[in-house]
Ligand binder design. Structure first.
Ligand code: NAP
Length: 448
């Protein structure tokens, strides 16, 4: 009987487990995660006010509750945890679905000033990620700059603009809720280095900015007009055209009563430096860019400063190397062919990848489904030879013999109960536990 370890319980890990049990009637799958909680970026990345996307957890739950799938949380793979080579001893095959765990850097002066954060840090804070030690993002800030115009930039911009009444029903941790509810940030500048037609956000997410209570969205008509595609929208893809239309609507909307908060969408500005003021960030200096005719931009030597006591750098995620696996630093991914890990150009039997560590940090949650299926088809083609290699019985016994104490499904359900109880005690719905100690205490309160 084929035994497979899937490392990572986010969407790509869950879809991999789902494809495995759907395509092989006998396979047994363990889904390992270093956290005691499942669902990866669906729990720790999707914005708390995006309830519909978060409800995807219900689909992922069905996978993890399948009779031939087992969730084993609190199991780190790599340094300080289970070495990759040990996993290969315990399982016939291992599929790494570990995502892209870090953020990309701008590489400009002042990037590390106090008050400058990666969007990932901010998202981790309001999502209650137990590794998030940071706090005080909005304290003392009136103006914020979000660098980048992808969907994460839209998420963090929107969360900065949400008022207390909209934050209250979410599952965000109480300290983040209190801080955002008391926030004085009234200007949020979301800035792209290229033009509106090259922005990476999707139209649905963009439109949502226009529906925020007490928030006005402004777009500078002159920056839209810099985009060569603005006057010739027929050259655009339908998705690009929809974005440009939404932006054009905001740029040409008649002036209204000033709102308490403003989101200013800016384009053709390349960040060149974060400027300090009183020991922390005070402004971002940008160079005006113009289209270079090839999809990129060129500098103009003209500069602009935008005041900001809070800077969120939202310029994409990046995969990190996994000990014991090959890694391509240029792409931040594991070299692979149809999901099979390549070692020195040759497929390494028994080792696979799916999701962002396979194809890079792009696409929406659903993109992981076909990606996982491709990997599983490769694995199942290799399965007869892998099963012939043989493996010792239940891998969980092996993990326990190594001193690992996984959080099993009952432990996760105990965390869910503790989060419901915490919410009830605060007069809210479910509220996430934000630290390792409380998560593990809840998980260990069951006898599983
Ligand atoms: P992304 O879509 O790759 O966007 C990154 C942004 O950063 C781009 O605007 C990019 O501009 C800009 N950028 C990169 N390097 C820069 C630099 N040095 N200076 C200035 N700007 C720079 O990344 P993301 O927003 O992190 O999203 C990752 C993935 O998650 C995407 O596939 C996204 O759709 C998905 N996601 C989806 C949702 C949703 O569906 N609601 C929510 C969150 C995330 P250039 O284009 O010029 O490089």
């Amino acid at each position: 009987m084929l035994r497979v370890a899937v490392v990572g319980s986010g969407p790509s890990g869950c879809y991999t487990a789902q494809s495995l049990v759907q395509l092989d009637p006998e396979v047994l799958v363990d889904v390992l995660d270093r956290l005691p909680c499942p669902y990866g970026l669906v729990r720790y990345g999707v914005a708390p006010d995006h309830e519909k996307i978060k409800s995807l957890q219900n689909n992922l739950r069905t996978v993890l509750e399948h009779e031939r799938v087992r969730f084993l949380g609190g199991v780190p793979v790599g340094p300080g945890g289970v070495p990759a080579a040990r996993l290969r001893e315990l399982y016939h095959a291992v599929v790494y679905c570990v995502g892209a765990a870090t953020d990309r850097h701008l590489g400009i002066p002042g990037e590390d000033l106090p008050g400058s954060w990666s969007a990932t840090e901010f998202v981790s804070w309001y999502s209650a990620h137990p590794d998030c030690a940071a706090d005080g993002f909005v304290a003392g800030a009136r103006s914020a700059v979000v660098i980048g115009v992808g969907n994460v930039a839209v998420d963090v911009t929107r969360m900065l603009a949400r008022g207390p009444a909209e934050l209250h029903p979410t599952d965000m941790p109480q300290p983040a809720l209190s801080a955002l509810a008391a926030s004085r940030v009234s200007e949020i500048h979301m800035v792209g280095r290229r033009g509106p037609s090259q922005a990476r956000f999707t139209t649905k997410e963009l439109r949502e900015l226009g529906d925020l209570p007490g928030t006005e969205v402004t777009v500078d008509q002159r920056e839209l007009a810099l985009d060569p595609a603005y006057e010739a929208p027929s050259d655009l893809s339908p998705a690009q055209r929809r974005n440009v239309e939404v932006l054009r609507g905001w740029a040409t909307a008649p002036a209204r009563e000033p709102a308490p908060r403003r989101i200013r969408l800016r384009f053709f500005l390349r960040p060149v430096e974060l400027l300090a003021h009183g020991g922390r960030v005070g402004a971002v200096r940008f160079e005006r860019t113009v289209p270079d005719g090839q999809g990129g931009v060129a500098g103009t030597g003209r500069f602009e400063e935008i005041e900001a006591q809070l800077v969120l750098r939202s310029v994409g995620y990046r995969g990190v190397p996994l000990e014991g696996l090959p890694f391509d630093p240029a792409t931040g991914t594991v070299p692979q062919l149809a999901g099979r890990v390549l070692r020195e150009g040759a497929a390494a039997p028994g080792e696979y990848v799916a999701g962002w560590i396979k194809r890079g940090p792009t696409g929406v949650i659903g993109t992981n489904r076909p990606c996982a299926k491709e990997t599983v088809i490769s694995l199942l083609e290799d399965a007869p030879a892998l099963v012939r290699e043989g493996r010792p019985g239940d891998p969980l016994a092996g993990l326990r013999a190594d001193g690992i104490r996984p959080v099993e499904w009952a432990g996760w359900q105990a965390i869910e109960r503790a989060e419901a109880e915490l919410g009830a005690s605060l007069g809210r719905g479910v509220v996430k536990l934000p630290d390792w100690a409380s998560l593990l205490a809840a998980a260990r309160s069951t006898t599983s």
